[in-house]
Design a protein around this ligand. Structure first.
Ligand code: PMP
Length: 419
């Protein structure tokens, strides 16, 4: 079978027309250093479909105004588009009501919001916050800061050699003092899809809440927070092919109602006097100041685009890409995959004997291939595996087996250069 035929077959099996999808993403037509761009850095950020670019552009051309307080036509229309986008995120995450979606800058801000408001109100001296060893720094540091401020302790679920959570250790670490389990749904450096249903069930049994960092799950898997039963879920717009500077926090309505505000300012208030300020209803209580209106509109358009493509189809297609990539990378001499869990999203972290990951990235770049090298904001994962860094190819639904083969050829070239 030719490589192009392999791509077409994979696409047909999942019901996706990959050639048509690629035409939706203008940047994929670029060349880099004289080669067609092979973009395999999707875990850092996803590329943007024309639907998103046009929505942002169109908003500024035709609808731009500040939201919520205007009586004029443009302000009313901008408010409608912003709130429609909230509805799109609600659908995308399977939340019960739009008020459970708070617009934030990204996954980082979503987690900081929970740590700063729910955390300070509910976590005290002697309490415990449980995170895992595979967290992104953005799901470690806010909790560490909270623990420093409150006298609570941070406990860590270890990971196995395959890059899975040690669920037995998790059981042992869960105590009546555990207030919250903050855990990544899909790891950005290992690709592991964590058994979040089980984590939620066990945590809830002990009376602890669960925050899931969904930054890397949302681009790859259908997410339904109601079925999952999690208490908080964080996503970043730019990783699901939307604009940067916009993201969302899902939080259970009763929790949001009880949480103190995050930042103070306009929009989050009902009345202000020097004696007393009263706060707006949720979610506006958590959205102080002028938000990223165009970003939210662009995110809404992105979600509509993803709904047309179909998240189930994306998951199925990416699985075939992952299998293909795992196979061809195994043939590169001296290559070690870091993260070999059976339940994995299409993220491949690896080291190459005798070659620094930055050199891998630089040589691949000369061939137009974009991968990321470094610790991927998961230094504890690097420490766990005793390495300073990895090279990481992270795939999206517009990638093809041809591109993976180009990566493999590039790695064979790296091998030749370094002997
Ligand atoms: N969590 C995970 C698992 C991530 O991969 C990232 C981004 N690399 C983040 C959180 C933070 O997302 P953002 O920078 O968009 O806030």
């Amino acid at each position: 079978m030719t490589r192009r035929a392999a791509t077409a077959t994979a696409a047909n099996a999942a019901g996706l027309d990959i050639e048509a999808i690629r035409r939706d993403f203008p940047i994929l037509e670029s060349t880099v250093h004289g080669h067609p761009l092979v973009y395999l850095d999707n875990a850092a950020t996803g590329q943007k479909p024309r639907a998103t670019i046009d929505a942002v552009n169109g908003f500024y051309r035709t609808t731009n105004a500040n939201i919520h307080r205007g009586v004029h036509h443009l302000s009313i229309e901008a408010t409608r588009r912003y709130e429609d986008a909230r509805g799109a995120v609600q659908r995308f995450l399977g939340a019960g009501r739009p008020e459970e979606i708070v617009f934030v800058r990204g996954a980082t801000e979503a987690i900081n919001l929970v740590a700063a408001t729910w955390g300070r109100a509910n976590v005290g001296r002697g309490d415990e916050v449980l995170v895992s060893q595979m967290e992104h720094h953005s799901n470690i540091v806010p909790w560490q800061m909270l623990c420093e401020q409150t006298g609570a302790s941070l406990r860590v679920i270890p990971i196995t050699d395959r890059g899975e959570l040690d669920m037995e250790a998790f059981e042992g670490l869960l105590t009546d003092r555990t207030k919250i389990v903050a855990c990544v749904h899909v790891s950005n450096s290992l690709g592991t899809i964590n058994p979040v249903e089980e984590i939620i069930a066990r945590a809830h049994d002990r009376g602890a809440l669960v925050l899931l960092d969904g930054a890397q799950a949302a681009p790859h898997l259908p997410v339904d927070v109601k079925t999952l039963g999690c208490d908080f879920y964080a996503i970043a717009g730019h990783k699901i092919f939307g604009p940067s500077g916009i993201g969302a926090l899902y939080a259970r309505h009763d929790l949001l109602e009880a949480m103190p505000p995050y930042q103070g300012g306009g929009e989050m208030i009902l009345t202000v006097s020097f004696e007393k300020t009263t706060y707006n209803k949720v979610p506006h209580k958590f959205e102080a100041g002028t938000p990223n209106i165009a970003g939210a509109v662009g995110l809404g358009a992105t979600i509509e685009y993803l709904e047309r493509v179909g998240m189930e189809r994306i998951t199925a297609y990416e699985h075939t890409l992952l299998e293909h990539a795992t196979g061809v990378l195994a043939e590169v001499p001296g290559l070690t995959l870091i993260g070999t869990a059976p339940a994995k999203a299409a993220v491949l972290s690896f080291t190459l004997d005798g070659v620094h990951p930055h050199d891998i990235g630089t040589i691949l770049d000369q061939q137009g291939i974009a991968v990321r090298t470094g610790h991927h904001c998961t230094q504890p994962v690097m420490d766990r595996f005793g390495i300073p860094a990895t090279a990481r190819a992270s795939l999206a639904f517009y990638n093809t087996t041809d591109e993976i083969d180009a990566l493999a050829r590039g790695l064979h070239t790296v091998r030749e250069v370094f002997g």
